[in-house]
Design a protein around this ligand. Sequence first.
Ligand code: MTE
Ligand code: MO
Length: 324
Amino acid sequence: MPSLKDRGFIHPTPSDITPRAVYEGRRELLKGLLAGGALMALGAPGRAQTPHGAKLPGGKSAVDGAMTMEKPTSFDDITAYNNFYEFGTDKSDPARNAGKLVTRPWTVAIEGAVKKPKVYDLDELLKLAPLEERIYRLRCVEGWSMVIPWVGYSLAELIKRVEPMGNAKYVEFVTLADAKQMPYVGSRVLEWPYVEGLRLDEAMHPLALLAFGLYGEVLPNQNGAPVRMVLPWKYGFKSAKSIVKIRFVEKQPATAWVKAAGYEYGFYSNVNPNVDHPRWSQATERRIGEPGGLFAKRRQTLMFNGYESQVGQLYAGMDLKKFF
Ligand SMILES: Nc1nc2c(c(=O)[nH]1)N[C@H]1C(S)=C(S)[C@@H](COP(=O)(O)O)O[C@H]1N2
Ligand SMILES: [Mo]
């Protein structure tokens, strides 16, 4: 099998990523241009401003670990610095290219080993359980992190209703792959659709969130509208965006990143500062939006991204170097 590099792309190393200082510089430039009213003349500037969406408030969550005390990253950073490869490989591509994604009507098909398979309409899904606010840390495998106030409910709420059968051992998430709307679907960056997966007990954990919004508003398209997963103890790529199908299966799903580079990205991909990526350390991380740009002090990455007391039991007795 050809390596990702031969196919023209590889999940970037931290040094490949647009240096924050450059990115911040562009922002300052953009602010200056806005102040001077010169934006119209410029065409497409470096940073697209995301308009605010319809309100979607969430109530207080009683789930243990649902509310980190850390300061949320700004709406502008959360919506301008994204990985969503269907829309491009630069951090600024999703904000630029996802604006026209049609997110209504939208359905999510529940299939496979369940007693009650069903195609849910988005509006039905939104009413399935009370929406909660969950402030989670998100740690990307590339070595940066954010704090995001999501709106959604535990995926377990949906799983309970469809009644998995005894042979349902894993859950597979299949996301939209529409080349007409997504310019990189068809490119050789990854195999499309983008597929992710969890063991059923991971999927049932109350922290595993089915998210519909952030900052009390419907999800911006670049953040995975209209519905996505958020798994705060795993690297960001496990949290599939723009989900169209959830399948209950007996065998471990073949996920997009494992297929692309299984020696670098494992099925579990729990945040673990003691297991390095083959090409870089996972011991520390850079918090997006903190002053200092590239030279800001890096934070220590925490085991299971700081959610060890909540999720550690799921992995009791497992060799985490082997099951990375
Ligand atoms: N469908 C899809 N989901 C995806 C991705 C993607 O490329 N396609 N990227 C993942 C990665 S690498 C990260 S870090 C998170 C980023 O989520 P955010 O942009 O909301 O912060 O989304 C994940 N979900
Ligand atoms: Mo990521």
